[in-house]
Design a protein. Structure first.
Length: 189
């Protein structure tokens, strides 16, 4: 009696005008360390992570690239944040910065970048997994498979950054909205 068995509809699919969120992730193991002002690989509880120092004259940085996924909902903004751990207990503030440029396929990277910042108070939590939100990146007409070139740095030269020890980076990621699992065509929805 197969004809009488109701088909179950998966509840994890995007339907109609529904929107869901996902992460476009950049684990620390996939991030590039530059020749100038690099964050350094440090041991944290036996694991290797990138440590960003508090040196105001040497803002440490890393670089990564991002390609917008095929399920991305056209016209929506990206939300950027970092996952990190403070080395010591303190009531100080760590300030992160993201400099980026975003271009569509056949678009031009002009070198005209935008920078956003996020501050986080540690609240005496050494070893705590902290998520710091740096805010929204406005879409501006970008489509799927568009690319972002990004520089993430600890803004230790800012008077806002008052933490004197290492901030260990775990991961950086964009939250993005999806309205489909993927695209119906290779380069367009």
């Amino acid at each position: 009696m197969i004809g009488n068995i109701a088909k179950e509809v998966p509840t994890n699919l995007v339907r109609g005008n529904d929107t869901v969120w996902d992460d476009l992730r950049f684990p620390v193991s996939n991030i590039r360390v530059p020749g100038t002002n690099p964050a350094s690989w440090e041991s944290f509880n036996g694991f290797q992570v990138l440590g960003f120092a508090a040196e105001a004259v040497n803002e440490e940085q890393v670089f990564f690239l991002a390609q917008i996924p095929h399920g991305y909902k056209y016209g929506t903004d990206l939300e950027f944040h970092v996952h990190w751990i403070p080395e010591t207990a303190d009531s100080a503030v760590v300030r992160w910065g993201l400099e980026y440029e975003w271009a569509n396929i056949n678009g031009v990277f002009t070198g005209d970048t935008t920078t956003i910042y996020g501050n986080e108070t540690i609240n005496d939590n050494a070893g705590k997994h902290i998520l710091t939100d740096l805010g929204s990146i406005t879409n501006g007409g970008h489509t799927l498979s568009s690319m972002l070139m990004c520089r993430l740095f600890r803004n230790s030269s800012s008077e806002t950054d008052t933490f004197d020890d290492l901030a260990y980076l775990l991961e950086a990621d964009f939250h993005y909205q999806m309205d489909q699992i993927g695209s119906r065509q290779e380069y367009i929805k």
